[in-house]
Design a protein around this ligand. Structure first.
Ligand code: ADP
Ligand code: TZP
Ligand code: MG
Length: 261
């Protein structure tokens, strides 16, 4: 049963406290580090090539987020992926703004091509753009519905041997032999920057602890988001409540609220 898998994965993250190396954007460094701590993992934000070989030898996963991409960062990202491959560590790619510029689209594809063990987590427009479909791209926010990106996600699964999480009002977890739908979360979430980046960071923690599909992270994020929304008055208090929601999330709440199909 999928619920048991998710509950077990959360227990594993809290027990193992995996180190998650993040090469991420300037907007979300603080929030995603706090989310990782709240869920029970251990974050490090690092982007120097000189330390990446050491980092990847003892980390549990590598999260590459291209949100504030710069040509200076690209060789560092590719080197980090090579080191993750050499150490058999999973790579999580968040192709933030893929489709908004050629630099973002091409770099996302280069990273996806290089990674041996890959989970791609993006919103519908990013997933469609990465797959070469016509997406309604507007910066970092999705203009397409997540169900419109399923064909694109299937293409990415076969092209890159990746597992794909399309987030949105409904999340779709697409793997070579499964497709799972999650309908948790809250409509306030797109009004807070970095929610997708937070999900990608959490996906790193869960991958490090053994869930290579992206399912458990999406479920935990959705349920914690739902609880946080009930306790908040708007996007500002939601951001704070989400950290508390991740920290306090119980197996019972997961069981009670999970909407999975
Ligand atoms: N309308 C919505 N209703 C419920 N949950 C949502 C909604 N929009 C986004 N989410 C949730 O917010 C998180 C971030 O997803 P998304 O907004 O698609 O990412 P991004 O910030 O990269 O665009 C995911 O956990 C997703 O399930
Ligand atoms: C606004 C913005 N600009 C560059 S990165 C970034 C954060 C995007 O985060 P998310 O996709 O999780 O909302
Ligand atoms: Mg995003």
């Amino acid at each position: 049963m999928k619920l048991d898998v998710i509950i077990n994965a959360l227990g594993q993250v809290r027990e193992q406290k995996p180190l998650v190396v993040n090469i991420t954007n300037y907007v979300v460094m603080n929030n995603t580090a706090n989310a990782l701590l709240a869920v029970g993992a251990s974050p490090i934000m690092a982007h120097s090539k000189e330390e990446m070989a050491e980092m990847m030898s003892f980390s549990g996963a590598l999260v590459i987020n291209i949100g504030t991409l710069d040509s200076v960062w690209i060789p560092r990202m590719l080197f980090a992926v090579e080191r993750a491959n050499a150490n058999k560590k999973p790579v999580i790619l968040d192709p933030v703004g893929c489709g908004a510029s050629t630099l973002r689209t091409e770099t996302s594809r280069d990273i996806a091509r290089l990674a041996d063990s890959l989970i791609i987590r993006g919103n519908a427009s990013e997933i469609m753009a990465l797959a070469g479909e016509n997406a309604q791209t507007k910066g970092v926010d999705a203009q397409d519905s997540s169900s419109d990106a399923i064909v694109a996600a299937r293409f990415l699964v076969s092209e890159y041997g990746a597992n794909v999480v399309i987030s949105g009002e409904t999340d779709h977890i697409v793997t070579a032999d499964d497709q799972i739908t999650l309908s948790n979360g809250d409509a306030i979430m797109p009004y807070v920057t970095g929610m997708g980046c937070t999900l990608s960071a959490l996906t790193g923690a869960f991958a490090a602890a053994g869930d290579h599909t992206g399912l458990a992270a999406a479920a935990v994020m959705g349920v914690a988001g739902e609880i946080a929304a009930e306790k908040s008055q708007g996007p500002g208090s939601f951001q704070l409540q989400l950290t508390d929601g991740l920290y306090n999330l119980t197996d019972d709440e997961l069981a009670k609220r999970l909407k999975i199909a």
